[in-house]
Design a protein around this ligand. Structure first.
Ligand code: GH3
Ligand code: MG
Ligand code: MG
Ligand code: MG
Length: 311
């Protein structure tokens, strides 16, 4: 089995040294300290698999130190007490205060090595559990990402947008602040695909998504791929004057990308049309109605000639 990191705490130099040498002989990595405070100071960096803890010490009793370790460090590590006393009440009290086992001094060699083996088994299991829990955590994060993220653009997807819009509506319903929703749609994108191909079309959507991500990355700002070549931006605490400014900035930022679109009937580069609604939510709005409202304005922007916004 793997050697353990053993933190040995004993105030008596000769006893500490004697035990340290025996543990090292058994192949373990040992950090030997003489006080509770020293033990606490080196605990996190040494990262022990086992703590061997003398009970009678002048600065801090071993049982007190065990309690401190349990309080400060959430990860469970076995603690074995060492003591010259073998009264059942003392043993019971020590275990009650957070110890896992108890050895009477002078420590018998066979008992020590048997108990260390038992602790090694526990340590190995603990490490395995930690690994599994880490793998689970990673799998969970990946799952969360896959459930909430659009695969092509890595923007939030429709599912996440619906959830955030519901949350924002309810939050602004309580705080009385205005909420803005912008919906944008790429102009003549079918013609773009038809002439430049679907892969270039995908690249264009990614570029647009990166621009949105870059522009709206603050807390209270959400951008999502609503579907196909349509995107939605939620702006928390954004009034109608600011909303207009944001639409204009977005228009400029997309023009600055200068993505060639020789077949657009609007411009020589890729443009978007935008609809934006700003309102102070009651908290009772249906999100489907909100999408319909903003879509109506977007439709007007299209009908008016595209490459523009209606707020
Ligand atoms: P309008 O200005 O009226 O919006 O015209 P449009 O051509 O952009 O609108 P239309 O709805 O006719 O076409 C949308 C196009 O978007 C058609 C579809 O193939 C394309 N599209 C949707 N999703 C994707 C995608 O993920 N990748 C690519 N390359 N194209 C997509
Ligand atoms: Mg002592
Ligand atoms: Mg569309
Ligand atoms: Mg379009």
């Amino acid at each position: 089995m793997d050697p353990m990191h053993i933190l040995l705490v004993d105030d008596v130099f000769s006893e500490r040294l004697h035990l340290e040498l025996r543990l090292k002989k058994l192949g373990h990595v040992v950090k030997a300290v003489s006080s509770g405070q020293d033990a606490l100071n080196c605990y996190a960096t040494f990262d022990p698999d086992l703590v061997l803890l003398d009970i009678c010490m002048p600065d801090m009793q071993g049982t007190e130190l065990a309690q401190s370790i349990r309080e400060r460090f959430t990860e469970w590590v076995p603690i074995i007490f060492l003591s010259g006393h073998s009264e059942p009440e003392l043993i019971a009290e020590a275990i009650d205060k957070g110890g896992d086992d108890y050895l009477t001094k002078p420590v018998n060699g066979m008992v020590l090595s048997a108990k260390l083996k038992a602790m090694q088994r526990i340590s190995a299991m603990r490490r395995k559990l930690q690994q599994t829990s880490l793998q689970l955590q990673k799998a969970n994060e990946l799952l969360y990402q896959q459930v909430n993220e659009d695969g092509l653009t890595a923007l939030a997807n429709r599912r996440y947008l619906d959830q955030k819009l519901t949350e924002f509506v309810s939050l602004h319903g309580r705080n009385g602040q205005p909420l803005t929703m912008i919906m944008l749609d790429v102009d003549h994108f079918k013609l773009f695909n038809d002439h430049y191909g679907h892969i270039e079309g995908d690249n264009c959507l990614k570029l647009l998504a990166d621009t949105l991500k870059h522009k709206f990355s603050r807390a209270g700002e959400i951008c999502a791929r609503y579907g196909g070549e349509e995107f939605v931006i939620l702006l928390s605490c954004c009034n109608s004057i600011q909303a207009k400014k944001e639409c204009e900035r977005l228009k400029q930022a997309i023009a600055a990308l200068n993505i060639e679109h020789g077949f657009s009937q609007t411009s020589s580069s890729v443009t978007v049309s935008q609809g934006a609604i700003t309102w102070i939510p009651t908290g009772l709005e249906s999100i489907e109605n909100l999408y319909q409202e903003v879509d109506k304005l977007l439709y007007q922007a299209k009908a008016n000639g595209r490459d523009q916004y209606i707020t």
